[in-house]
Design a protein around this ligand. Structure first.
Ligand code: SAM
Length: 272
């Protein structure tokens, strides 16, 4: 496992989206300032931890499908978070122990923990680049060393693009990475969603967007049309752009659905 980029200083008085996500997922890598944000989220959506796990379970199914069924053996995971709780490398390397995974995350705590956790893993690497700078990220030594851009790549953007508040910039960022991938690569994207239909879910999405914003962790809950635009020109696999629980579930649903289940959309698309 290799690591580039010196870590920035950590401000433990400010919440971090990586640590808040970890707290929602039931992980160990969070501090009181992050848990305070989680408590605020729970006031609006008590089922947010279960939903966060459903998002991860979707990522597991998508990476498993690409590795096991389509033979994808290299993944570039942007805004990857802590490499715990069944993240991309654990899933890909379960089906192909030599699958290469490069994580990109600019959170210094994520980078430090990743280095420690992945020290014995020769096939998983982390870059500390800012994913908002696609040119620099794609030219990063770690990325270039372990991802062969002449062959298909699983390009993972799970729960990250909604943190780019400017829609045009979000579109441009996705387009830049997609444009650098070889034909036969796949985009794996999950984004927060506002159904914008007067439903309870739409109200929850609007409240969550407002609450995240008030904590400094800006998040945009976008419409279906906006999220679909990230897949423009790509070949969406069945079942298309869906809520995570509807994307090839592993079996009959056990837990009841709640409004927050409808506040994410996800899809996997082939890059022609
Ligand atoms: C909500 S978490 C999602 C983690 C993971 N993809 C998942 O689905 O579980 C977003 C992650 O993106 C990282 N991130 C946010 N902005 C970033 C940026 N500009 N460059 C690199 N990483 C970023 C955060 O540090 C955090 O770990």
């Amino acid at each position: 496992m290799a690591s580039e980029q010196p870590s920035a200083r950590v401000d433990f008085d400010q919440p971090s989206i990586a640590r808040v996500f970890d707290a929602l997922m039931g992980g160990q890598d969070h501090y009181e300032t992050d848990r305070a944000v989680v408590r605020q989220i729970l006031e609006i959506a008590p089922e947010a931890p279960a939903m966060t796990k459903e998002m991860r379970q979707w990522l597991v199914r998508a990476v498993r499908y690409l590795t096991e069924r389509l033979g994808v053996d290299q993944f570039l995971d942007l805004g990857s978070g802590f490499p715990t709780v069944e993240n991309t490398h654990q899933v890909a390397q379960k089906y192909n122990p030599e699958a290469h995974v490069v994580y990109v995350d600019n959170d210094p705590v994520v980078q430090a923990h990743s280095r420690a956790l992945l020290v014995d893993n020769d096939f998983t690497h982390i870059s500390g680049n800012d994913l908002l700078r696609p040119g620099e990220t794609l030219a990063d030594d770690t990325v270039k060393q372990f991802i062969d851009f002449d062959r298909p790549v699983g390009l993972v953007m799970c729960a990250i693009i909604h943190h780019i508040t400017d829609f045009q910039q979000a579109q441009q960022v996705v387009k830049s990475y997609v444009g650098a991938m070889a034909p036969g690569s796949y985009l794996v994207l999950l984004h927060q969603h506002n159904p914008d239909d007067g439903s309870e879910a739409a109200g929850v999405a609007a409240s969550l967007q407002e609450r995240f914003g008030s904590t400094g962790l800006d998040t945009r809950y976008r419409t279906r049309a906006e999220i679909a635009s990230f897949f423009d020109g790509l070949e969406l696999l069945e079942p298309g752009l869906t809520a995570p629980h509807l994307w090839w579930p592993d079996g009959p649903r056990l837990a009841p659905l709640t409004p927050v289940n409808w506040t994410s959309l996800c899809g996997v698309a082939r890059i022609p």
